[in-house]
Design a protein around this ligand. Structure first.
Ligand SMILES: Cc1cc2nc3c(=O)[nH]c(=O)nc-3n(C[C@H](O)[C@H](O)[C@H](O)COP(=O)(O)OP(=O)(O)OC[C@H]3O[C@@H](n4cnc5c(N)ncnc54)[C@H](O)[C@@H]3O)c2cc1C
Length: 424
């Protein structure tokens, strides 16, 4: 990997952040304009950002994705094609939520009743027209419906926030593209980071200020010194922008306001090792409780491994993250005991846990729009003076919250830059 340890002066294009968007922008620029010098400035010490694969010792080094795991809209998802090019295996087994595979641990009558409530609810959401006033997704719940807790839990997995926080219009604009949901056998995060390997990158280069006054080079102040560029692409999360961990001079209040109204929701994953796993179902899925918002979604033995992937969303995930991984383990143990019996508790040990909210480089998992804020994705993504470009999942109108949406916004920024920038 061309890791940059000393500054070599100025570059044509500086890219802030080496996640899916930053890597997508850099690779597209290299393909379109190979003569341009490009440098990714990454605050952390690895490629991939919220695409992050770990290989915990407790799971015999089996790869687990702490961030993105599913190739949504997989048939047309750019990462599916990249996986093919790089020799990664794509697992095409249907996702638990595809093909009606919604095993909630309910008896048949309740399963049908729950399915009917879910269809009716999402039918009401989808019926809300693009030009009708926006509102919170919770406004469309049927008062006192017994499945509201479950619908809210599903909302926290989708949006990272309770239904009361998320915009109906933004939800309806989400369109991941045709195709089912597939997985990358050896890690979505590993795929993204491998694709980024050819790009020059400086790690530990936290950008704290970008001076973009007209008539001079763009100057990026970093923890490792200043970098000058002709053009810059900013791909940091909306939480980083809203907290103004990166400042602009002249200031860009519209960007900060847009980022504030497009906050990051929270989803966290906990991976457990299960001893003697043979009695457990293979790659099965269930919800801890169908009756409350604060519950986990469990993927038992993904790919047949000795692991259980636990998924928590929204305020409940925030509480668990603050309480620590041991508290999350304890909670998961009790929900799994409800499904598999008390004896399972002692067979479970902690293998890996994400904590996306508390990490200052991210501040959460994926963006959602507050009611009325969906159009701000356009404000967030708009270039400034054709010198400062913005990319990242939150800039995508239809594929926000995804790794392929992030990639596409990076590619779009690269194409705009390639079309306008003169030879170096
Ligand atoms: C638990 C979880 C599950 C998910 N599941 C899925 C899924 O199944 N499918 C899917 O498609 N998506 C999923 N996602 C979302 C997906 O991972 C993200 O949308 C996508 O990876 C975001 O990419 P990005 O390039 O926009 O941002 P990031 O990945 O956040 O990249 C931004 C980079 O900027 C760096 N940075 C931050 N501040 C600075 C600074 N000041 N200076 C320099 N660098 C800085 C960060 O370290 C980071 O590397 C999931 C995410 C999480 C957390």
């Amino acid at each position: 990997m061309p890791v940059v340890t000393t500054w070599t002066g100025s570059v044509d294009v500086a890219i802030v952040g080496a996640g899916a968007a930053g890597i997508g922008a850099a690779r597209r620029l290299a393909a379109l304009r190979p003569e341009l010098s490009v440098l990714m400035l990454e605050a952390g010490n690895r490629l991939g950002g919220r695409a992050c694969t770990a290989a915990p010792f407790r799971l015999d080094g089996e790869p687990v994705d702490l961030g993105c795991g599913w190739l949504h809209g997989a048939r047309t998802n750019a990462w599916t094609a990249i996986a093919g090019e790089l020799g990664f295996t794509v697992d095409r087994k249907p996702a638990p939520w595809d093909d009606n595979g919604r095993d909630l641990g309910l008896d048949e009558g309740d399963q049908a009743d729950c399915e009917a409530a879910r269809e009716a609810y999402f039918g009401r959401v989808e019926a809300r027209g693009e030009h009708e006033p926006d509102g919170a997704m919770a406004d469309l719940l049927e008062p006192n419906n017994r499945w509201n807790g479950l619908l809210d839990a599903v909302g926290t997995y989708i949006n990272g926030v309770e239904l009361s926080g998320a915009s109906v219009i933004d939800f309806n604009r989400y369109e991941p593209g045709p195709g089912p949901d597939w997985r990358v056998r050896h890690g979505y995060g590993r795929l993204v980071s491998t694709f980024g390997v050819p790009v020059p990158v400086a790690f530990g280069a936290t950008v704290t200020r970008i001076d973009h006054h007209r008539g001079a080079a763009v100057t990026l102040e970093t923890a490792r010194g200043d970098v000058r560029s002709r053009v810059a692409v900013v791909t940091v999360s909306t939480a980083v922008l809203a907290a103004e961990r990166l400042r602009f001079d002249p200031p860009l209040p519209d960007k900060i306001e847009a980022a504030t109204h497009l906050p990051l929701g929270l989803a966290n994953k906990l991976f457990l090792h299960v001893s003697n796993p043979d009695d457990l179902p293979f790659d099965a899925h269930f919800l801890g409780s169908p009756h409350r918002t604060g519950t986990g979604a469990y993927q038992v033995r993904p790919f047949g491994t000795a692991a259980i992937e636990c998924y928590f969303g929204g305020a409940f995930a925030r509480d668990l993250e603050e309480a620590g991984a041991e508290a999350a383990l304890d909670f998961a143990r009790s929900e799994l005991a409800g499904q598999f019996g008390h004896a399972i508790r002692d067979r479970l040990t902690l293998a890996a846990a994400s904590a996306w909210a508390g990490d200052p480089l991210f501040g959460g998992s994926y963006s959602y729009a507050r009611p009325g804020a969906s159009d701000r994705r356009g404000i967030l993504g708009a270039p400034v003076d054709q010198r400062l470009f913005f990319a990242g999942e939150a800039c995508s109108f239809a594929r926000y919250s995804t790794a392929h949406g992030a990639y596409e916004t990076g590619v779009a920024a690269a194409e705009a830059i390639a079309a306008q920038i003169t030879g170096s």
